[in-house]
Design a protein around this ligand. Structure first.
Ligand SMILES: [Zn+2]
Length: 388
């Protein structure tokens, strides 16, 4: 007899999914998929595993499209161990899929990082990798932030494809005002890669040629991009004027102040907002931790990771579950609206919107269980398997 699919019953869940808020729900998992979400009674007989959530939140597993590291490891360490440790830390935040994100570094380092990602993908024990996000190296040298200007180069699709041949690249953050920027955006899309405008000094007019070619994503909105001025609205203005731009938002209440978070979440279409962490290797590490990033020294002080020289913010230490808590507190919006921006929007943009990002029949059972008061992660399921 053929082996039967693993069947799990998750009882008494407070299910929160895009446009759905269902208390006292029972969720049936069959193999890797969600087989049923119901408020009807489901007898426990016949299930291999029964989990009683006692009213805790059951949300779609978070998808982080922009993160560099955690637990003392960085994607650009370019070792399989680094990717695995990062995946383990992300899983502890309720993250079930992510895009390991590289820095502006040498081509050889990017290729080595892609090899490390490919090695982890052979045995994804923790959070799953959807693909690589290259942040740079094709950025504006005047808008490096914490990226090392020594490694900045012009947009080059051949370089991207060579890396992608080692392990698939799904997103590239670049400055569209760089020579060939609009054509680069078009070439990315032709290869199934999301082009994203970031580390950019583009005027609104300079962004438009890439937008016209299909660019629809902004890297860490407001950070390292041209600000909104009343006679030149810049890329920040573009984010408000062009509602179909998918804006990444670091929800740590440091990279964007609470009023900007409210401005984004109250005034923009939430179908085009994505929570990211942009977390660095110091995430999940104690205060006082010091490290190098792309050749630049960074120190962690009071939860803020800043360059030792110049003091630029270098990225965040944010955990995804805390990001959702921040959003709920700052915006006051219902969780069934906010969970759009933590998973489903990302899934849609990456072509996985029919599989990931919802607690709904037929979707992959990538799920996080959160404490309703603290938002602490109590359990995580990846493809139906409880991994925390
Ligand atoms: Zn970043």
């Amino acid at each position: 007899m053929a082996s039967r699919k693993q069947r799990t019953l998750i009882k008494n869940a407070h299910v929160i999914s895009p446009d759905l808020d269902l208390r006292r729900a029972n969720v049936m998992l069959e193999g890797a998929k969600i087989a049923l979400v119901t408020q009807e009674d489901v007898p426990s007989a016949g299930f291999g595993t029964v989990v009683d959530l006692r009213g805790k939140y059951l949300v779609p597993g978070f998808i982080d499209v922009h993160l560099h590291g955690a637990s003392g490891f960085d994607v650009c360490d370019a070792t399989p161990e680094a990717i695995e440790k990062i995946a383990e830390a992300k899983l502890a935040e309720g993250c079930t899929s992510f895009l390991p994100t590289t820095l502006t570094v040498a081509n050889s380092t990017l290729k080595a990082a892609a090899k490390a990602v490919a090695a982890y993908k052979k045995n994804e024990r923790f959070a799953k990798v959807i693909g690589i996000h290259l942040e740079g190296p094709f950025i504006n040298p005047a808008c490096c932030g914490a990226q090392n200007p020594a490694f900045v180069r012009k947009p080059n699709m051949r370089e991207v494809l060579a890396i992608s041949a080692i392990s698939p690249v799904k997103m590239v953050s670049f400055a569209p005002e760089m020579p060939g920027g609009a054509e680069f955006a078009e070439a990315c899309l032709a290869n199934g890669i999301v082009p994203s405008c970031g580390h950019t000094g583009a005027t609104f007019a300079q962004l438009l040629p890439a937008y016209d070619k299909g660019l629809r994503h902004l890297t860490h909105f407001c950070n390292q991009m041209t600000k909104l001025h009343h006679r030149e609205i810049g890329v920040v203005g573009a984010g408000f004027l062009l509602d179909d731009l998918n804006t990444e938002v670091i929800c740590d209440r440091i990279h964007l102040c609470d009023d900007m978070l409210r401005l984004v979440f109250w005034k923009r279409d939430l179908a085009h907002v994505q929570m990211i962490t942009d977390s660095l290797r110091c995430s999940h590490c104690p205060d006082g931790y010091e490290f190098e990033m792309g050749g630049l020294k960074v120190a962690l002080k009071n939860g803020e990771a800043r360059l030792v020289e110049g003091g630029n913010l270098a990225g965040s230490t944010l955990w995804l579950n805390k990001g959702l808590k921040n959003l709920a507190e700052v915006t006051g919006l219902p969780l069934k609206d906010l969970v759009r921006v933590t998973s489903w929007n990302q899934a849609i943009e990456l072509g996985l919107g029919r599989k990931l990002g919802k607690v709904e029949k037929g979707f992959i059972a990538d799920l996080a269980v959160l404490d309703p008061k603290t938002f602490d992660v109590c359990a995580v399921f990846v493809e139906g398997e409880q991994r925390i």
